[in-house]
Ligand binder design. Structure first.
Ligand code: F6R
Length: 616
């Protein structure tokens, strides 16, 4: 994780670095630092804490940081606790090389031992300080230029990195390199912007180069970009793309937190995901990446879906959808498990990878493994041009727009929407859905944004329920069938932003263990929609009531039975069970938000987490 940034040009670097780092804080925010260069020297400041704390610290020194080149970092700790010393930038022993890094150097310890034997000393516990000193060692031993020393050192590295490094005596040059962690370069006529995410330089340029794995670039003031392969120094032709981001999408507007804004955006984002793909009057659904690989989808005997976290929950929903509508066997795997097994995936198989960021290290590694095994890999990603999006055989973007809050909400419903479209398309190809049902479902799908809008109006009821339970420490979330993954997602949302314990469970499994936890202090969310398993769910509610648990039920409009049993009800519109996760998850997202808000947590940037998990 971590966010890195750099600037080289004619403007003052400091404000560009600070504002860019603030936009990268979703990648990590436990410490931050900058170095701004002038002739033969630099100002370096770093601190434990967020970028605004760094800014405050610098302004308390009452100095003006001047210079038109600089680098900066916002950290998510891997090696060494978050503190002033482990914060980046890191400086080599001679004080000559200054570096920032995102990723993990796996063989750092072996390298550190060699460097220690050669007289190097270390202030921090980081792998980054080892790498910057390795570069120095190789540079000095072999009398190399910085560029060549970086290249040779990186060929010795096992792990993942995106780095930017500067030599104190040559403050007109930045060397950057990438393997595994994202790195983009913004380019204007007389300036370069380096960043983990182009979102941080969009105010200045829309010309972007996404470095590929194994590439490095030498940025020199007033000179053309020099792009090289790390392995053999081969010169490459840069391919510059145009960024398409609407600035409004990355502002909070009237909302206190991005999470709330993103929850409220869902009627629009679901519509955006459907736009141009679902033609309601004609009852046509089309996604190009599926259409052009029609036979692969028709003939697949098994589809494996691989993802992490919330995207993994969407994958579980995908399993129900594809099995129900397309009658194809589906396996869902955690990417981190899939990549280290020897999964049975072969040439006729489809592997679907799902990722909001498109940068999750485990998902990317799983993708590469699936491709190596000959599978056809289909991606469902939100971030356009992300590493996963660039590496799949075909795919569909979710079009949810930038998701800034660490807790994923609108990306989740957009992923489910793509999975619904996918299941309906394959079902139609294979005639596993009859024509009448298909037409009905197309029609109903079109009505979902409106229904989500309706559920958002339950926020006042949810606020009241949150007031009652915000001091409770344990929550249970129950669902059955396609709403079981929604229960998992509701529990995850609460855990990650409120730091409360919550567990999601298939409702009937509860009596095989978790029911022992239920007493009069335990609130239990139950997704009790009318279709599907209604009578069974009523039985489960009775079991909880018999143990004095408190029931917060999500029910359909017009419900009578659960209404009578539950302590609180949240009413949602009627919808086919297979589409219901798009509706039932909304109150759970709102509840998690309200509890975190009442408890005074930083909703958008919960402790220990980062938006893009680019380390395994
Ligand atoms: C939870 C959350 C995470 C992500 C997970 C995968 O709210 O956001 O669990 O879902 O880290 O991230 P992506 O989808 O970017 O691969």
């Amino acid at each position: 994780m971590c966010g890195i940034i750099g600037y080289l040009g004619y403007r003052e670097a400091y404000p560009i670095l600070i504002s860019g780092l603030k936009k990268l804080e979703y990648r990590g925010y436990d410490s931050s630092g900058i170095a701004v260069f002038f002739e033969n020297g630099y100002n370096l400041y770093k601190t434990k804490g967020r970028v605004h704390e760094l800014e405050q610290k610098i302004s308390s020194y009452r100095i003006k940081i001047k210079g038109t080149m600089g680098i900066g970092h916002t950290r998510w700790a891997t090696h060494g606790i978050p503190d002033n010393i482990n914060a980046h930038p890191h400086v080599s022993n001679s004080n000559e090389l200054i570096m920032i890094h995102n990723g993990i150097i796996e063989n750092y310890y072996a390298i550190k031992i060699i460097l220690l034997k050669n007289g190097f000393t270390f202030k921090s516990k980081t792998d980054t300080e080892v790498l910057v000193n390795l570069i120095e060692y190789i540079k000095e031993e072999n009398k190399l230029s910085l560029k060549e020393a970086v290249r040779i050192s990186l060929n010795e590295i096992v792990g993942a990195y995106s780095i930017a490094i500067v030599e104190k005596s040559h403050p007109e040059t930045i060397v950057i390199a990438k393997l595994g962690s994202p790195l983009s370069l913004g380019i204007n006529e007389k300036e370069f912007f380096v960043s983990s995410d182009p979102i941080s330089f969009i105010d200045y340029t829309k010309n972007v180069l996404y470095l590929k794995d194994g590439e490095m670039a030498i940025l020199k003031k007033g000179k053309e970009l020099d792009l090289r392969k790390i392995i053999d120094n081969h010169r490459l032709n840069p391919i510059i793309k145009q960024l398409k981001i609407n600035l409004k999408e990355i502002e909070k507007g009237k909302y206190k937190y991005f999470m709330l804004k993103e929850i409220y955006e869902q009627p629009k984002t679901i519509l955006d995901t459907l736009r141009g793909r679902l033609l309601i009057p004609e009852k046509i659904i089309c996604i190009n990446g599926i259409e052009s690989n029609k036979n692969i989808f028709i003939n697949a005997k098994c589809i494996t879906i691989v993802a992490c976290g919330t995207s993994w929950h969407a994958s579980l929903i995908g399993e129900y959808l594809l099995e129900e509508l397309a009658r194809v066997r589906v396996e869902v795997e955690y990417a981190s498990e899939f990549r280290y097994r020897n999964p049975i995936v072969g040439e006729k198989d489809i592997v679907i990878v799902i990722s909001q960021s498109g940068e999750t290290a485990d998902t990317l590694a799983a993708l590469k493994l699936a491709k190596k095994k000959g599978a056809f890999v289909f991606g469902i990603c939100n971030v356009v041009g992300s590493s996963i999006a660039r590496n799949v055989d075909a795919g569909a973007y979710t079009h949810a727009g930038p998701e800034i809050s660490v807790a994923s909400t609108k990306a989740f419903t957009a992923q489910i929407t793509v999975l619904i479209l996918l299941a309906l398309i394959i079902g139609r190809y294979k005639s596993t859905i009859n024509e009448n049902r298909y037409k009905f479902l197309c029609e109903e799908l079109g009505s979902i944004p409106e229904k989500v809008d309706y559920v958002l109006k339950t926020d006042d009821i949810i606020k009241k329920i949150s007031q009652i339970y915000h001091n409770v420490n344990n929550f249970l979330y129950l669902g059955r069938g396609i709403n079981f993954p929604v229960a998992l997602e509701g529990a995850l949302k609460l855990k990650e932003i409120s730091y409360l314990h919550a567990e999601g469970y298939p409702a009937a499994e509860m009596k095989h263990g978790p029911i022992a936890l239920v007493d009069e202090t335990m609130p239990v969310f139950v997704i009790a929609t009318k279709k599907g398993y209604y009578n069974k769910i009523i039985g489960n509610i009775q079991e909880i009531k018999a143990r004095k648990g408190k029931i917060i039920a999500i029910v359909n409009e017009g419900d009578i039975q659960v209404n009578m049993l539950a302590d609180h009800v949240i009413k949602i519109p009627n919808i086919s069970e297979i589409f219901s996760p798009l509706i039932t998850v909304i109150p759970l997202q709102l509840f998690a938000y309200q509890i975190a808000y009442i408890r005074g947590k930083n909703v958008d940037q919960p402790r220990n987490l980062a938006k893009s998990v680019t380390v395994e």
